[in-house]
Design a protein around this ligand. Structure first.
Ligand code: FAD
Length: 388
């Protein structure tokens, strides 16, 4: 089988790469059904669709969000809503099963050959470019192309085939456990619970999906924790407002909360999304960055194929462009996360108290960080140099 571009992984990064490529492309994914199972709390900011130039379908969005609650161990609630946030656009809770499948459908409809249930095994460089060996229904198939885009998520193997260092130290792996629950009370608001009591190194969340359903989960840094993520989640469910809720789906997964890979390109290769560790380490959010990096890689691949230049020098433009888009932000958030995970529950309570009268221009991680700094110059002096 021959093509120009081979994309590994039809998550948001891979499908956006295929959508943005204007060349012959094959998009493979190991899953028999794209988007299933979901391993995500599905929260995205309001700007996502505009930024990636894709019109969302109705079924991609489970819930429009109108407020955010931040809840420290003391239990006080910092409510951010249109009274506290000037440009009150809070984003959405997606339906990732439909969103991921929908993006893959757009990729297929714009010309990419989509191959579900096709598992990447390894790749090698050839005179023409690259050769991928994959397993499809117990049969090994070979795909030859000129460029490979690795979008195979946190457990990426594709980039390693070409010699890039994809090692993810244990301390940078956030372990997540989530139940999709029904028969619970929800508002059109996301709830974020901070503190070691809920989730050491991360947070617990309730992200509403429907009238009475939500993704309820925890993300923890295992090296800071005393028990498994599932145990923290089961304890979290004991609180009154979640009692009686019924579990309809169980999801587990890992989030790479490290800085992005230092080098995300090589001859014939670009690496995107979780595979390149492009996640906001403070929130664990990576859909936005996966979509943007995938889009950029798809465009650069098209240019490279037009110019018949698949060298790492040419493809280095990819890294320049994604860094311009979100590289600096990820750097700040990474440094901030190093500070936050060391805070005690008492310190988090104090910060939360200082935020009771918070007013924001808009809702974003950066705006909230700035507000915390303003209210807690002593406690968070370490963060001061990070936020400009
Ligand atoms: C519990 C949890 C909650 C999260 N909540 C949020 C959230 O609320 N908001 C947010 O923005 N982010 C969230 N994230 C992170 C988000 O899910 C990821 O950052 C995002 O999915 C990254 O997209 P991606 O395309 O890079 O990788 P993925 O979405 O992981 O896609 C990778 C694709 O590659 C395929 N693949 C892997 N290996 C192979 C192989 N060998 N051969 C073929 N195919 C392969 C997989 O099947 C998959 O389809 C969460 C993550 C977890 C685990």
């Amino acid at each position: 089988m021959k093509t120009d571009l081979i994309v590994i992984g039809a998550g948001p990064a891979g499908s956006m790469a295929a959508i943005n490529s204007k060349c012959d492309a094959i998009l493979i994914d190991q899953r028999p059904e794209i988007g299933v199972p979901k391993q995500c709390a599905e929260g995205v900011s309001e700007s996502l669709f505009e930024k990636i130039g894709v019109k969302p379908k109705k079924e991609w969005i489970s819930k429009e969000i109108k407020a955010t609650y931040m809840i420290p161990p003391s239990g006080i609630q910092i409510k951010l809503d249109d009274k506290k946030v000037k440009k009150a656009k809070f984003g959405f809770v997606l339906n990732r099963k439909d969103f991921d499948k929908g993006l893959a459908e757009i990729a297929a409809n714009t010309g990419a050959e989509l191959m579900p249930k096709t598992r990447f095994i390894r790749a090698e460089r050839t005179e023409r470019g690259v050769k991928v060996y994959a397993k499809q229904f117990n049969k090994t198939i070979e795909i030859e192309g000129k460029i490979l885009i690795a979008c195979d998520g946190v457990q990426s193997r594709a980039a390693k085939s070409f010699g890039l260092d994809t090692t993810l130290p244990l301390r940078y792996i956030e372990s997540c456990y989530q139940y999709e629950m029904t028969d619970i009370e929800v508002e059109s608001a996301v709830e974020l619970y901070f503190g070691r009591v809920y989730a050491p190194g991360g947070y617990a969340w309730v992200f509403p999906k429907g009238e009475n359903s939500a993704n309820v989960g925890v993300g923890i840094v295992p090296s800071l924790a005393e028990k498994r993520a599932k145990d923290y989640l089961d304890d979290f469910l004991k609180q009154k407002r979640l009692k009686g809720g019924k579990i309809v789906e169980i999801n587990a997964g890992a989030v790479p909360v490290s800085p992005p890979m230092k080098k995300t390109y090589a001859n014939n290769l670009m690496v995107c999304g979780d595979a390149a560790r492009m996640v906001n380490p403070l929130t664990g959010g990576g859909i936005h960055t996966a979509c943007i990096s995938g889009s950029i890689a798809g465009k650069i691949a098209t240019k490279a194929i037009e110019k018949e230049d698949y060298s790492e020098k040419f493809l280095s433009e990819y890294q320049k462009l994604w860094r311009n888009e979100f590289g600096r932000e990820l750097e700040y958030y990474g440094k901030a996360q190093e500070v936050f995970i060391k805070l005690t529950d008492a310190e988090l309570d104090k910060i939360a108290e200082s935020l009771l009268e918070i007013k924001l221009e808009e809702i974003s991680t950066m705006e909230v960080l700035k507000a915390i700094l303003k209210m807690n110059p002593k406690l968070l002096w370490k963060l001061k140099s990070l936020v400009v």
